[in-house]
Design a binder for this molecule. Structure first.
Ligand code: FES
Length: 136
């Protein structure tokens, strides 16, 4: 031990199975809440190459859920994530905004892993103040 406090171990949250993601196109995963009345979620999606990606369900423009509660996460072509409030578009591959008020910003990426049994797991970032949204 070097006298420094140990970083808390981050929890992993079960997102579902690979086939669930293939069928549904998106999986929504509850995360640790910073406030008991404010929902905090991850969304797991697939890239065009079929690779899973996980992002915090939160727009970069305002600190509100990307889907604004609608459970509609994609643009019409299902080729990008879309903010339900002002229509910003985010690449599936890296969460980067390429159209809309937050162009150039990126969704908060979360670690997602696929276990040998086909289950997908998201690492919960916890409630680190650095993860909190900022207003513009
Ligand atoms: S709140 Fe998402 S683009 Fe404005």
């Amino acid at each position: 031990m070097n006298g420094e406090p140990e970083a808390p171990e981050l929890a992993r949250r079960l997102a579902g199975r690979v086939e669930d993601l293939e069928r549904a196109g998106v999986l929504v995963v509850p995360l640790t809440r910073a406030h008991p009345r404010i929902v905090r979620e991850a969304i797991v999606v697939r890239t065009a190459a079929g690779e899973p990606r996980a992002y915090l369900n939160e727009c970069k423009h305002l600190p509100i859920p990307l889907d604004a509660g609608s459970r509609q996460f994609f643009d019409h072509g299902k080729t990008a994530l879309m903010c339900g409030t002002h229509g910003a578009l985010f690449r599936l591959e890296d969460g980067r905004c390429f159209a809309g008020p937050c162009r150039g910003d990126s969704l908060r990426a979360l670690e997602v892993t696929c276990a040998p049994d086909g289950t997908l797991w998201v690492t919960d970032p916890g409630t680190d103040p650095a993860d909190r949204p900022h207003r513009r």
